[in-house]
Design a protein around this ligand. Structure first.
Ligand code: PMV
Length: 332
């Protein structure tokens, strides 16, 4: 039997307009479109191998065997791919992140994007970008945005077949720097899945949905015009809106740490000093700073006055998921 093995690389993505709240829990159909960019320095590399000799699925993430809920999510995804390929062999999955898992840096996005591409390829399937994005969405909603290149929009769609992500602009379109400011690297207590379920308990959520299409229209306009100041402001407003929904959900979701507020204030201070930099935050406490590449050096210099080098991860827009030539990985 031929070698049923493939390796894929995918990058994490950060949303400018967020996905928060689902129309369909199981299919991860979102209540609104979202917009993101892939990040070149937050990388997951995943090798999937199917074999008659495997008695059960084995999953290793960052060198550790994965069990419980996390294992189930990966096995469910492998089952979807096995069903598509009409093959029932068990698999070995070896996945590595170059950043801390489950710390608000969206390891599930890059993880399920890489898993979708590697597992389909290993079983001889060649999915279109659209179908791969649809498949990745079933693993984790935001993973569908890590499939296409560069600046991406995820269309909420009407149903399973119409909810997928598509590239708006290639990575080279706009020289932005997206700098992660690590506030904490511990596992999150509340995963985003539970958060999505709480959206309607916030009195502000209805208001958000009322205005979201206008916001998406505006951010696409500023992206098209490369109007950085207007673009940055809308991204920052969106992050604060997301967290106001989280804070007013029942029970309240408080992802921020005192250090998060301190960092927000520091960004305001830098902006007042004339440095054009904005922030966004996902379901975690870390900040993602957005600046133009031309200001990157100045921004890093200012950040280093307050933060150690290991808390700063510099990213630029990157391509989507791709296959690499198979190779021997540790633990193989
Ligand atoms: O894909 P999920 O279920 O991990 O949800 C992602 C939610 C946010 O990161 C907060 C927003 C987003 O659009 O990425």
């Amino acid at each position: 039997m031929k070698n049923l093995k493939a390796t894929a690389i995918a990058h994490s993505n950060i949303a400018f307009i967020k996905y928060w709240g689902k129309k369909d829990e199981k299919l991860h159909l979102p209540l609104n479109n979202s917009l993101s960019v892939n990040l070149d320095n937050l990388i997951t590399k995943t090798t999937v191998e199917f074999s008659e000799t495997f008695k059960k699925d084995q999953i290793f993430i960052d060198g550790q065997t994965v069990q419980g809920e996390k294992e189930k999510r990966v096995v469910d995804h492998l089952n979807r791919v096995r069903k598509m390929a009409k093959i029932c062999l068990k698999a070995k999955v070896i996945s590595k992140n170059n950043f801390p898992t489950a710390s608000g840096l969206a390891s599930s996005a890059s993880g399920f994007a890489a898993l979708s591409l590697a597992s389909t390829k290993a079983l001889g399937l060649s999915l279109s970008e659209k179908d791969l994005s649809i498949l990745a969405r079933l693993g984790s909603g935001s993973a569908c945005r890590s499939i296409p290149d560069g600046f991406v929009e995820w269309y909420k769609g009407k149903d399973h077949q119409t909810s997928y992500a598509k590239g708006l602009f290639p990575p080279s379109y706009w020289s932005l720097s997206i700098i992660v400011l690590l506030i904490e690297t511990k596992e999150k207590k509340t995963f985003s899945n539970q958060g999505h379920q709480l959206v309607w308990t916030s009195p502000f959520f209805k208001e958000r949905l009322k205005n979201i299409d206008k916001k998406i229209f505006l951010i696409k306009k500023y992206l098209q015009e490369k109007n950085f100041l207007k673009f940055g402001q809308i991204v920052e407003d969106e992050a604060l809106e997301l967290h106001s929904i989280m804070l007013t959900s029942k029970p309240a979701l408080i992802y921020w740490q005192p250090e998060t507020i301190k960092a927000i204030k520091y960004i305001y201070f830098l902006r007042e000093k004339g440095l054009p930099v904005f922030f966004t935050i996902d379901a975690g406490s870390n900040l993602f700073l957005i600046s133009q590449k031309k200001d990157e050096k100045d921004l890093i210099r200012e950040l280093k006055k307050e933060y150690s080098e290991k808390k700063i991860i510099i990213n630029h827009p990157s391509k989507g998921a791709f296959l690499i030539k198979d190779y021997q990985v540790e633990g193989d």
